[in-house]
Write a protein that binds this ligand. Sequence first.
Ligand code: HEC
Length: 285
Amino acid sequence: MSFAVRSLAAGRRGSVRWLPQVVAGVLVCSFVLAGQGALTASAQAAPPSGAPAHAPAQNWSFNGPLGHFDLGAVQRGYAVFAGVCASCHSLTQVHFSDLGDMGLTPEQVTALAASWQVAAGRDAEGHLKHRKATPDDALPRPYADPDAARAANRGAVPPDLSRITQVYPGGPDRVYALLTGYAPVKPPTAEAGAAQPEAGFANPYAIGHRTAMPPPLRDHAVMYADGTQPIAQQEARDVTTFLAWISNPHADDKRRLGVGVGLYLCFLACLLVILKRRIWSHVAK
Ligand code: HEC
């Protein structure tokens, strides 16, 4: 017994001998980490000159665990995509039948698909043939191949927008900021732009603060069926909402399921607490 006590005491003395070194190690580590934090903070305070500006956070209806897509805005956004963006950008992951989930009847989807033309092989003389799209078709690409896209857009290929709000750093906030963030073009600047077509368009949210995409939106670029005023900012909000929905169309269902599972687990936890109290009630006394 006494041996055990002595060895325990020796052990404690041993650990006490180590204590200052352990404390010193922890202090050194925390100083190093704090120094790194300060360095990172100073790096964030002064971003490199070509880095895109931070996009201000927008109040989207689909933000957060209780958010939901405003299907009216999604439909208006589709109108902006079809009327403006589709002349340069593709949505290859999307089929017309997918668009039914934005609140359209099957007849409306068929009519919407029929307003698009898709390639249908070649005729006897080798000319390209086209036909009206059906709900089973994917949205057509505006250019036959990347070389044609490059030739039409000052050497830049307009990216596919099927998943853009997921893969674009900054997400929907930055897409909106990019669409509304073009520096105002004055007539002399336009001439200078024509003199050097490679220069692109000034936009603080693009990499290098220049983008090959000409400002796509202006007031009244499209007609809205629901009577909303199509000012450029509204069009940018709606098309961003559409792109966010098309990149994650089942987000609302997942959120609803998540909330349901959370409520169920809370209910189950209450039942388990009551059960535990019952089982242990006689022991506690
Ligand atoms: C005249 C052709 C044209 C139209 C119309 C157009 N874009 Fe673009 N877009 C481009 C090109 C070209 C690029 C590639 C820019 C680059 O790499 O500098 C681009 C890039 C983008 C990017 C990625 C930006 C980046 O920094 O890589 C987004 C997002 C985008 N476009 C959204 C849209 C939306 C939304 C619309 C419709 C409102 C639209 N575009 C209309 C040509 C167009």
